[in-house]
Design a protein around this ligand. Sequence first.
Ligand code: EPU
Length: 426
Amino acid sequence: MSRFIIEGGAPLNGTVRPSGNKNEALPVLMACLLTSDTITFERVPRIQDVLTVCQILEEMGVTVEWEGEETLHLTAKNVNTTSPSAKLCSDIRASILLMGPMLARMGRIELPMPGGDVIGARRIDTHWEGIEALGGSLRFQQHKIVGQIKKAQGCDVYMDEPSVTATENLLLLAVMAEGTTVLHNAACEPHVTGLCNLLNAMGGRIEGTGSNRLTIHGVKNLHGARHRIGPDFMEVGSMLCLGAIAGGKVKIEDAGVSDLRFVLKTLARLGIHPTIAGDSLEIDGTRPIVVKKEVSGRVPTIYSGPWPAYPTDLMSVAIVAATQSVGTSIFFEKMFEGRMFFTDKLMQMGANIVLCDPHRVVITGPGKLIGSRMSSPDVRAGMALLMAAAIAEGRSTIDNIHQIERGYMSIDKKLAKLGVKITREA
Ligand code: EPU
């Protein structure tokens, strides 16, 4: 199994450019199933999750053609099955996004149970309720979800939580429904907006893009389009946290700054204050970072929530930054109950962290981190361990790195370009 070996402690300097957002790439690629025309995607992150989606689609009859590193053409002229590969679907959570487009296109799906990170319960009730509201019927049958629909009927859906992939599934189904669907309490992450933009470019009629109330006027047909995937704000946030604690000066180009207001506000509480120059962020890691107390003098709490709140996927990297910030902070992960356990690995490296319960940690910094041997439990925790190893004293080994490479394209090359002494062992 592959691993990264990192000699930590070198100051990091230079410029990075984020790849496309994984969580936008996964739903927009699925949208190819809604038309026989070709959809062309630019800035596609060539990461394992994306390659798995391509393989699932290809096995279902979709033509998959790469042009260079990051441009992808998908043509779903012939879809020859309603039963995608069980092995591939169980590799990724995003296989659940086949439900909406396959019900729209074929009126049926036999979806093997989706896999993905073990970071919490990951309920699918919101998908289920929404699809049934649109006229579908779903049932579990031998480790599969079997879905059927005659023709989706537009309706009013009040989602029980703003689930990202449930919103995407309902968009992918409702876009070709008969009549108008209104999704209340919808997710509004930039990747959901990206999907709305693609569907509109394909001839869809979606209003309210970027808000939590989406009005979808169903259309009869969709056509080909070209779509550029937005920058990965998880990668931008990670590089920002790393740059702030790595003793040099890092510039992040093409950062999608307009989407980062809440992220920047939250990281400011840890003392991270990048300079904004156009669409770039510049962070000076030669200066110490200091936790900003609340006006009452209390310890600040960093908490995650659905967009526009601070993203759960950026909690782990902020936790590493907090180990180097002067002062005490509390992290409250509200969404997933399994995302804080990786902090035991940071404690093993010397970080002053108290795990209070599955959702909360208290961190006091700054403290020296010492290189260690670790294994990456999930994609976001893995990135955090990589950051910790990059600033730690001495050598670290990180095993199970497919859990990092699933989400971050060429991460070892990008870090090496900044000055991280990193090698990859097969
Ligand atoms: N949740 C709440 N309150 C809410 C909304 C959600 O507690 O108001 C809980 C849910 O109950 C669930 C969790 O938060 O346990 C996540 O909910 P959601 O259904 O939105 O997650 P998802 O659609 O399964 C996507 C991303 C995840 C990301 C979450 C949250 C994709 C393919 N996956 O998952 O990405 O963490 O949204 O933003 O888009 C990752 O990339 O590392 C990853 C896990």
